[in-house]
Structure formats: structure tokens, C-alpha cells
Ligand binder design. Structure first.
Ligand SMILES: Nc1ncnc2c1ncn2[C@@H]1O[C@H](COP(=O)(O)OP(=O)(O)O)[C@@H](O)[C@H]1O
Ligand SMILES: [Mg+2]
Length: 475
């Protein structure tokens, strides 16, 4: 075995023979770290058993189907995010910012599995971050005291694998992949090289035994899966655990799943007794003060990276006192906003020539998702025409120069997420009608262009006014 050093970007995994200030792959600054790279000779590769998995080719028609039988983890919202439950031998990467509740969720899962699906097996929870006393006190607080859950505080991968082979658990948790290290591999724990080596070694061991594996990973402040990003393609399932902005709720979103759909998200509430599954997500909207009917505000479900998330756009059109009216937008593209304003002017005859337009995407984030176009138009029409928008309406669609509304992609995932979040009416492009059957509580209102949007909003308004009048008469 020969050793050679290379420089590897800690953000995207790009390798370079020389150090550089800026990564050529992702453009990050100061991200290259020196790493030793093993160059395996053929003999060494053979000695390592790299051909363990290989089997002779078989005909596709004769290939035995692997039965992906889902077993319940005992935690309803986790099952939902996993697409129905856990599969034997499944490797899951659970990623999220520090303090979001990854350790809490997995410890609860261990306890639930140990009395549920894996009651006849063993569960091993390895923490490289906390002492046994710390994990123990958390387990006590959560009321997780199952007999066949084993705890281990260890960061050395060789020791972990040794114990895994001895104990033969049906479920293994590594908390977190950034803290474990491969003793044969140079590089500090948490570096891209270590993460990759440790994960592939764990994967080999676990896949051979049929046990399920949870790898926990921290994401960086910027929200990217720094080190663990390199794992996305080798694991079966990637789940992101995240908090809704200034909200008590935590959302578990699948990003990739080899054993199920990635349409469903899991919603939890952090309580002193641990994470509670929230089954009625309508609560979530009510909680954030999103339950009032206001003019100038529209919701959308936007994709941030690979994750669908709730977005709120607020718009204000007010009389201008300047020779050149102002167009101020925060959180999304100004050029796009100007194009949409022009399209609204042309298509439905709204006048903005003497109006300042302010619009903002709430939450201090920036998004480029074209699905926000329709929400922007709705918020703006709502502000100009003083049409209050009910809080259970959601707008998803890309608006073109000719004011036509088209599908933004992933429309069914967006609709599923909107339904999950408790919305009742979704304004989407016309062609989306075919997906309606899958929805239970969400009604789809198809719009072809901004004119159609305006008409639908007016209809909504008259219906609401009639409802309010009726209520008044009755009382
Ligand atoms: N005694 C407690 N009562 C209520 N919530 C707690 C308590 N201790 C910790 N928490 C919650 O648990 C979170 C930490 O969860 P943890 O699973 O350790 O996160 P992670 O593993 O993702 O870093 C804290 O942010 C806090 O919200
Ligand atoms: Mg933790």
C-alpha cells in the first residue's frame, strides 16, 4: 500500500494535488485540507476483500426481487418520512443542525424499536459526542428504558465494529458520523476523508449482517451537508431534520429514499419529554400567527435545495412620491419581480406607474424557486386590489413573460407537502389537475394565467364576503 497526500475540499469533496485558497468545485474559500490518500495495489485490494459483493451476472427476468418490507419504527412521523417504515439492512443518514433533536429522535427510535419491531433483537446506540452518563440521563428524561438497548461511548471505528460483531444488533446508531475515526486512516475526525472511510466501512459491515443503520450528521451554518454530503450517494435514505422558522415545530424531510417515496414529511414538537409526533399539521399554521386573513400575503411551497418548505411572501403596493417609483424586494430576484409586475400590468391592466412596490420573502432567506412567482403575483394583486387572502390558500406556479402559469416541477411533492401543512386550497397551473385524485383535504384550483388568478381571487373574496354577511345575519 502506498501513501500519497492530496488536498480535499471539506465542503464538496473536490480533490486537488495542490493546495489552493479557493475550491475549484464549489467556490468555497479555505476549504482544502491535506489528506493522505491510500493507493491500493491490486494485491492489497484483494486482501481487503473489495470483491466481497460481486456475483455473476443474472438475467433481469430471473433476478430475485428483494422484498423491501417496511417495519414500523414505533414513531408515527418517522415512519411517514421513511416512506412507510424501516427496511431490513437500510442505511439512513439523518442530518440536521446541532441541537435540532437528532440524538433525541434516534434514542426514542431505539427505545421504540427495542420494544416493538426488534423486541427479539438488540439495539446498539454509539455516541461519540456524549458520555454514557449524558446519554443515560437523556434516556431517563425521555422515559426510554428498554432492556435490549445497549449504549456505548466510543469514537474509534475499529472498537465499534468489534462490538457490533460481538453483540450482533439488529439496529445500529452512530451519533455522529463526524466524531468517529478510522484508526488506519490519517486525517482528523470529521474531515471528508474520514467520514467517507468510516461510512463505507460501517456500510460493508452492516449490509453483510442485514442490520439497519442510522448515521447522524451535522450540517453547517449555511445549511449544506458539509462532510456528510459525500455520503448522500452511498446511503439508502437521506433525511433532513430542520426547524420551521421561529417555530416550535421540527420537520423531518426525506431527500432521497431507495425504499419508498420522498413525498411525505414528518412533523414533531420538542417537549421536555422528548419529541412528540404532530399529526394535525393545521396546528402548525395556527401557531405561527398564520391563521389570519390578510391582504398582501400569500403562501407557497418552495424547494430549498432538495427540500420542500413553506414560504411566505408579503407585498405592498402604495402610492409613490418619487419621480421613479420604487421596486424593493428582499429574498428573491429583483429582475424577476419587475418582469412579473410588467406581466400583471399588461395582462390584467393593473397600474403600477405611480406605485412603489415592496415585497419580501419572510424568514430572512433567499430563494430562486420559480414556483414563488404565482405567490408573488397573488400577494401583489391582493395588496393593490385589497383582496384579503385566507390563510389556508397556497400558490405554486411559474409565471412567464406572457403571464401564463406553468408547472414549476415537483408539483405533486409540493401539493403533498401543502396538504400536510394543513392548506385547503391550492392555486396551481392548469395541467396539474391530473394529480388531484391523490389529495384528500386539499382542493386544487387550476389557473391558466394571471388573469385567471385574479378572477379566482375575486371569486374567493366574494364568497368570503358572503360568508361574513351570513354570519352577521345569523348572530
Ligand atoms: N431538559 C430538557 N427539556 C426540554 N427540552 C430539552 C431538554 N434538554 C434538551 N432539550 C431539547 O433537546 C434539544 C437537543 O436535542 P439533541 O437531540 O441533543 O440535538 P442534536 O443531537 O440534533 O444536536 C435542545 O435543543 C432542546 O430543545
Ligand atoms: Mg446530538
Amino acid at each position: 500500500m502506498k501513501l500519497k497526500t492530496i488536498y480535499r475540499c471539506q465542503q464538496c469533496g473536490q480533490a486537488s494535488p495542490k493546495w489552493a485558497g479557493q475550491c475549484a468545485g464549489c467556490g468555497g474559500w479555505n476549504t482544502y485540507v491535506e489528506e493522505a490518500e491510500e493507493v491500493l495495489t491490486k494485491a492489497a485490494a484483494k486482501a481487503r476483500g473489495l470483491t466481497d459483493f460481486s456475483e455473476p451476472p443474472v438475467k433481469l427476468s430471473e433476478a430475485r426481487a428483494m422484498k423491501a418490507e417496511h417495519v414500523s419504527t414505533g414513531i408515527a412521523e418517522l415512519d411517514r418520512a421513511l416512506g412507510g417504515g424501516l427496511v431490513k439492512g437500510q442505511v439512513v443518514l439523518l442530518a440536521g443542525p446541532p441541537g435540532i433533536g437528532k440524538s433525541t429522535l434516534t434514542l426514542e427510535t431505539c427505545a421504540a424499536l427495542a420494544v416493538g419491531a426488534y423486541a427479539s433483537g438488540k439495539v446498539l446506540y454509539v455516541s461519540g459526542e456524549e458520555s454514557l452518563a449524558q446519554v443515560g440521563s437523556r434516556a431517563e428524561r425521555l422515559g426510554a428504558r428498554a432492556e435490549n438497548v445497549y449504549l456505548m461511548s466510543e469514537a474509534n471505528l475499529a472498537r465499534i465494529i468489534e462490538e457490533f460483531r460481538r453483540l450482533k444488533p439488529a439496529f445500529l446508531v452512530i451519533d455522529s458520523i463526524q466524531t468517529v475515526y478510522h484508526p488506519d486512516f490519517v486525517g482528523s475526525p470529521g474531515s471528508v476523508g474520514q467520514i467517507r472511510e468510516c461510512a463505507s466501512e460501517l456500510l460493508k459491515t452492516v449490509k453483510a449482517s442485514g442490520a439497519a443503520l442510522f448515521l447522524l450528521g451535522h450540517v453547517t451554518k449555511e445549511g449544506s451537508l458539509a462532510g456528510p454530503k459525500v455520503l448522500e450517494h452511498i446511503v439508502d435514505t437521506v433525511l433532513y431534520f430542520d426547524a420551521e422558522k421561529n417555530n416550535v415545530f421540527r420537520v423531518l424531510r426525506p431527500h432521497k429514499n431507495r425504499f419508498g417515496s420522498v413525498d411525505e414529511t414528518g412533523i414533531f414538537e420538542m417537549t421536555s419529554k422528548g419529541l412528540r409526533s404532530v399529526e394535525d399539521a393545521g396546528l402548525m399554521l395556527a401557531d405561527a400567527g398564520r391563521d389570519r386573513t390578510i391582504a398582501g400575503r400569500a403562501f407557497s411551497v418552495a424547494f430549498e435545495g432538495a427540500r420542500p418548505m413553506l414560504a411566505e411572501i408579503q407585498a405592498l403596493a402604495a402610492r409613490s412620491y418619487l419621480p421613479y417609483p420604487r421596486r424593493t424586494v428582499t429574498g428573491f430576484d429583483l429582475n424577476r419581480a419587475q418582469m412579473l409586475i410588467a406581466a400583471l400590468e399588461k395582462n390584467i391592466g393593473l397600474r403600477f406607474d405611480e406605485m412603489d412596490v415592496f415585497a419580501s420573502l419572510q424568514g430572512g432567506i433567499r430563494m430562486k424557486d420559480p414556483a414563488l412567482d404565482l405567490a408573488f403575483c397573488a400577494a401583489l394583486i391582493s395588496s393593490v386590489k385589497d383582496i384579503p387572502l385566507p390563510p389556508d390558500c397556497v400558490f405554486m406556479g411559474e409565471v412567464g413573460i406572457l403571464a401564463q402559469v406553468s408547472s414549476p416541477g415537483f408539483l405533486d411533492r409540493r401539493l403533498a407537502e401543502a396538504e400536510r401543512l394543513g392548506f385547503r386550497t391550492a392555486f396551481v397551473p392548469w395541467m396539474a389537475g391530473k394529480d388531484e385524485k391523490r389529495l384528500k383535504t386539499l382542493r386544487v384550483e387550476a389557473v391558466r394565467d394571471t388573469g385567471g388568478l385574479y378572477a379566482a381571487m375575486t371569486k374567493l373574496n366574494t364568497a368570503a364576503a358572503a360568508g361574513a354577511k351570513k354570519n352577521k345575519e345569523n348572530s
